[in-house]
Design a protein around this ligand. Structure first.
Ligand code: 3PG
Length: 207
């Protein structure tokens, strides 16, 4: 679900379903079709459902999933993957039992080890910038040689290529592609432009 084919996973956060759908569409037009809807608003589940049912070529997942119940509801609304800020074993086992990919957030070697022991081979590295960024990921990747990471938190157009240059980084997540100011102004072309720019940077970093 999250793999090298989609090196950027934009976050969508919205209080309004139509706005979320337009944001997802703008991202898709810009070439980003794996989208994470974060469960941080009253309308988040409805946004998720609308995006999942409206665009067949978009892969939508739920982010900021803190409990197994939230994971269950998000999956019922069409989430194809689950992302959590931390490592909650209930969320992980619930998703694994249902055959849904799950990417919990980890930072420390002990957390990576726990995730590995739970059978996970791709995890979120969150909050990436504050947790040591690229040097920390390099250190973790040296010892956990088969673990793949999705850094999120503090990733931007400025440092995207540094993260993607690491072989252990499968994709980067972030909200820089969906700036609230542009979305509030209805400037979805700006979102498309940011998506295109980011994709170009990612292709350059991976070439
Ligand atoms: C997340 O939800 O994963 C992070 O809050 C995203 O961090 P960012 O806003 O720095 O991209």
């Amino acid at each position: 679900m999250i793999n090298e084919d989609s090196p950027i996973v934009p976050l969508v956060q919205s209080e309004d379903v139509q706005t979320a759908v337009k944001t997802a569409h703008a991202l898709q037009v810009g070439g980003l079709s794996v989208i994470e809807v974060v469960l941080r608003s009253q309308a988040a589940m409805d946004c998720l459902e609308a995006i999942a049912s409206g665009a067949s070529d978009v892969i939508v997942g739920a982010g900021t999933v803190l409990t197994a119940n939230q994971a269950e509801e998000a999956i019922s609304k069409g989430a194809q993957f689950i992302v959590s800020p931390g490592l909650n074993e209930e969320v992980v086992s619930h998703c694994k039992a249902g055959g849904i990919n799950v990417y919990p957030g980890v930072v420390t070697p002990s957390e990576v080890q726990r995730a590995w022991n739970l059978g996970l081979r791709t995890v979120k590295f969150f909050p990436a910038g504050l947790s040591g960024g690229v040097p920390m990921l390099k250190a973790l990747s040296t010892v956990f040689r088969e673990m793949r990471f999705m850094p999120t938190g503090g990733v931007s157009a400025e440092n995207l290529q540094d993260y993607l240059a690491l072989p252990s980084v499968v994709a980067c997540g972030g909200s820089w592609l969906t700036p609230q100011k542009e979305i509030d102004a209805g400037n979805f072309e700006a979102v498309t432009g940011l998506a295109r720019d980011a994709l170009a940077l990612a292709r350059q970093a991976r070439s």
